[in-house]
Design a protein around this ligand. Structure first.
Ligand SMILES: [Fe+2]
Length: 202
């Protein structure tokens, strides 16, 4: 894997707070500051994050999955990877690894692993379900090749046995549906309680 362009200020901004509520506020503030660019052809990064988390809530998923849904693309926020950057979608910046590594000091595996696995989950679903690939958005189809394309049979079986396989697949399905233009959703701050309940304070 290439060197990750991790935004160090993310860790600094969260670490300087010692209560879970203050850490949650710092994280949401970071998202607000970095999420107003368009992620793809339809919605902003912030709208996409909120819509993904709303779908997790609607599915009555455990709280850690709601938070994973909200944070799954935070690697894009950390690298300022978006449509105004020339190289966006011309190369893969491993946003799932950037996000998981950046979140690692602050959350346990129930949040980290679905974030890390949401791109392999897409590669998995494309590999086992032709209809899934056909339904992807144009941007998601474009990035599929950059992300490595289909999994081999051995990779498919390894992935299916991963302890966070189910959570990763669920997150991926919410992710794919969370691109609705103009959808009415709660404010980002509405997720403060869930983030504060999951964030680690050491
Ligand atoms: Fe996403």
């Amino acid at each position: 894997m290439m060197n990750l362009p991790l935004n160090k200020s993310f860790a600094q901004k969260i670490s300087e707070h010692s209560t879970s509520e203050a850490r949650a506020d710092a994280l949401l503030l970071f998202m607000k500051a970095h999420g107003n660019s368009f992620y793809d052809e339809s919605v902003t990064q912030l709208e996409h994050a909120i819509q993904t988390a709303v779908l997790a809530r609607e599915a009555q998923a455990p709280i850690h999955q709601v938070v994973a849904a909200l944070l799954h693309d935070i690697g894009h926020f950390m690298t300022d990877e978006h449509d105004e950057n020339r190289d966006f979608q011309a190369e893969d910046w491993y946003h799932e690894d950037v996000g998981a590594e950046g979140l690692k000091p602050f959350f346990d595996a129930r949040v980290i692993e679905p974030v890390r696995l949401h791109v392999p989950a897409k590669r998995y679903l494309c590999s086992v379900d032709a209809a899934y690939y056909a339904d992807l958005s144009p941007a998601s189809k474009r990035s599929f090749g950059l992300q490595g394309g289909p999994l081999s049979p051995a990779e498919i079986s390894t992935f299916e046995n991963h302890p966070h396989f189910d959570a990763a697949i669920q997150l991926r399905r919410w992710d794919d549906r969370a691109k609705v233009v103009g959808l009415n959703t709660p404010e980002l701050s509405d997720f403060r309680r869930e983030v504060a309940a999951c964030v680690l304070v050491t």
